[in-house]
Design a protein around this ligand. Structure first.
Ligand code: ZN
Length: 134
């Protein structure tokens, strides 16, 4: 039985004992337990992000305002990824073509933070990923 289930069971037992003060304190304790479980989930997710960041250390290469994953020396395996999302949050988030064009010039955009900018190299890289046979 988990922490929250145990707390719920204790609340039920105290309710039957008809002690209002004890019941209120136990309900507060149950709410704190729920909050602690949520905090643990957030921390687990952060640990997972940092483990991925650590595993990718030295494998992400910065080029033309984006990061690329390098499998073998000189060969890009995946990307381009947003520099802001990686540098600030350690989240590897792909750039995609932005929906609007600027007088025929294409823009790219991070799918997560929506950071838009214009880069011929990144646009070309995304286009080659969209149509690998070209
Ligand atoms: Zn981003």
């Amino acid at each position: 039985m988990g922490l929250i289930d145990t707390a719920k069971e204790a609340v039920k037992l105290v309710d039957q004992a008809n002690n209002l003060d004890l019941y209120k304190r136990l309900v507060d304790l149950q709410l704190e337990a729920v909050e602690m479980v949520e905090q643990l989930k957030i921390k687990d997710e952060k640990i997972k992000q940092l483990e991925e960041a650590l595993s990718l250390q030295g494998k992400l290469v910065y080029r033309d305002s984006a990061y690329y994953l390098v499998a073998k020396e000189g060969h890009f395996d995946d990307g381009p990824f947003c520099t802001k999302c990686w540098d600030v949050d350690h989240i590897k988030c792909r750039f995609v073509r932005a929906p609007e064009t600027d007088e025929g010039r294409e823009w790219v955009q991070c799918q997560r933070c929506k950071l838009p900018f214009r880069s011929e190299q990144i646009t070309k890289d995304i286009r080659s990923l969209d149509s690998p046979d070209l």
